[in-house]
Design a protein around this ligand. Structure first.
Ligand code: ATP
Ligand code: MG
Length: 370
């Protein structure tokens, strides 16, 4: 998959841009606060369906303007595709190849990208929530149905929690309703469990290679899926049963807690280096290696699942990596397209096919093949 063009109007500090990308490495360089991350945010909007900076839609509109419009054109093995996203006042319009789409889930999965920002460098030491979010965002792009399973799960969870709260407060509740919602919850949890487990196995396979290569064969990476159920098989019915048994195992305690105590909301991906828990023991350098390995593995997993490499968006991460890891990241590119942002032009320019200078929200190409 190759990003060909990004157009934006009144998006963040960008008045209007129309950037064309090379199918190799594209470097967006410029001083601080010029609009580099804004461009990455605009492009990734189409992979994630919303801003990766946890911004509200209204915050994406250029100060003093009525709305924004963003559009990307990208090439897949099936041909060229266009996605656009516009917000004006209370109206929002998303289009795919010229047709209006109503739901975000109809957009996610079309344009696939791996985003790597300095925020991800905390992934090893962060709480399980961050690692679950990493998995969910990555899986959603390759398995569009995952998002609807996840949304259904959350809805069922809310209903179940509402009943448990009522029970906790001593209000009358029909216990059969709690059983019914436990059944729904188990129904939605099972495919999520299977996808997460499968995805972690894929990630591990690829991330282990990177980890070994950047550590001169010294560091061995292991990823474990930690979940509330213990089942190795692939039988969906068995997994549903295991979750259902769990959900009905201690309803009185859950009522006391006024909420569900089990389920996929407690999952984690445990990271081990040479058999030791990275969250407790990894050094700064090792943490960076793990995240780098995970991000490259995310691309490989996407290739396996969708048949094409995603577009790699590296926002300001090169300055966070030492020379060796930086060279590794840039030299392992094969036929992958990369869009990198950096304040520095010098060292990265040698690896780049396209240089774009970013200044006060304008983007000026510096010529190709430099
Ligand atoms: P750095 O190298 O520091 O990461 P950057 O080039 O990535 O810088 P951006 O994060 O893209 O910078 O932000 C550029 C500018 O955009 C900031 O000065 C910010 O105040 C401005 N900005 C953010 N949102 C809006 C908006 N809605 N309207 C106008 N300007 C905005
Ligand atoms: Mg930035």
């Amino acid at each position: 998959m190759k990003l060909k063009r990004f157009y934006a109007k009144d998006f963040r500090n960008i008045e209007e841009v129309d950037i064309t990308f090379h199918e190799g490495v594209n470097l967006l360089f410029g001083s601080n606060a010029q609009g580099k991350t804004n461009a990455i945010e605009g492009i990734y909007l189409f992979a994630r369906g919303k801003s990766f900076r946890k911004a509200k839609e209204s915050e994406l509109i250029r100060f003093g303007c009525e709305g924004f419009r963003a559009e990307i054109t990208f090439e897949t093995s099936l041909g060229e595709e266009t996605l656009s996203y516009a917000v004006y006042g209370s109206e929002r319009k998303r289009m795919k190849n010229g047709y209006k789409i109503d739901r975000i889930s109809d957009m996610i999965g079309s344009f696939r990208a791996v985003l790597f920002t300095p925020d991800h460098l905390g992934l090893v030491k962060d709480g399980p929530e961050e690692r679950r979010a990493f998995l969910d965002v990555a899986i959603c792009q390759c398995k569009p149905y995952y998002l609807s399973a996840y949304t259904n799960y959350k809805r069922a969870l809310e209903q179940r929690n509402c009943l448990l709260r009522m029970m906790g407060k001593g209000m009358p509740v029909d216990i059969n309703e709690v059983y019914a919602w436990s059944r729904s919850l188990a129904e939605y949890a099972a495919p999520i469990y299977l996808e997460r487990r499968d995805y972690i196995q894929r990630l591990e396979k690829h991330a282990r290679v990177t980890m070994r290569e950047i550590s001169d064969e010294k560091e061995s990476l292991t990823l474990h899926y930690k979940s509330d159920i213990d089942y190795d098989g692939d039988e969906l019915q068995e997994i549903k049963k295991a979750y259902y048994d769990l959900f009905v195992s201690d309803i009185p305690r859950e009522a006391q807690n006024m909420g569900t105590l089990f389920g996929i909301g407690r999952d984690d991906m445990e990271i081990l280096i040479n058999g030791r828990r990275a969250r407790a023991f990894a050094s700064q350098g090792q943490q960076r290696s793990v995240v780098l390995a995970l991000k490259l593995a995310e691309g490989e997993a996407c290739l396996e699942l969708s048949g094409e490499y995603p577009v790699f968006l590296f926002d300001d991460v090169l300055s966070e990596l030492d020379e060796r890891r930086r060279a590794y990241l840039l030299s392992k590119r094969k036929d992958r397209q990369i869009v990198i942002t950096s304040c520095e032009k010098k060292e990265i320019a040698d690896f780049s096919e396209s240089l774009i200078c970013v200044k006060e929200g304008s983007f000026t190409p510096q010529g190709e093949g430099l």
